[in-house]
Write a new protein. Structure first.
Length: 130
């Protein structure tokens, strides 16, 4: 189980809405079986602002983030694409974030961290919620 705070109190961090999320993920079903292996991530559409990205460092510890780039107005290119423990937007600026701590990679001008969701694990079922 993992959960971390997100200090998006900055006035520039107002692109994401507080949308209720309550989703169960069965790790026995494809494509979620990828989360049983360290360093993988999976995109879940139709949740939160831009979908959810679930990532794991160990195959037993999970992180869940809103897939919408918190430093951009929402558009088709601001949905982050996961690749291992990183996620990148397809916009021209290609903002990139770490999926372990939710912070931007490399660009100090990106002040907003990813929007975090709580993860509770019971057996092979993950409950993602806020």
């Amino acid at each position: 189980m993992s959960c971390s705070g997100n200090s998006n109190d900055d006035r520039n961090c107002r692109f994401l809405l507080d949308i209720g999320v309550n989703r169960q993920i069965d790790l026995n079903l494809f494509p979620f079986t990828e989360l049983l292996f360290p360093g993988n991530s999976v995109y879940v559409p139709n949740e939160g602002n831009g979908g959810i990205i679930i990532a794991t460092t160990t195959g037993k510890e999970f992180y869940a983030w809103d897939a919408a780039d918190p430093n951009r107005e929402q558009s088709s290119c601001s949905i982050l694409v996961p690749d291992g423990l990183f996620a990148t937007s397809s916009c021209e600026d290609a903002n990139q974030y770490e999926l372990v701590n939710g912070t931007a990679v490399g660009d100090n001008d990106l002040r907003c961290a990813l929007k975090n969701y709580r993860v509770q694990q019971t057996g092979n079922i993950l409950l993602i919620f806020n």
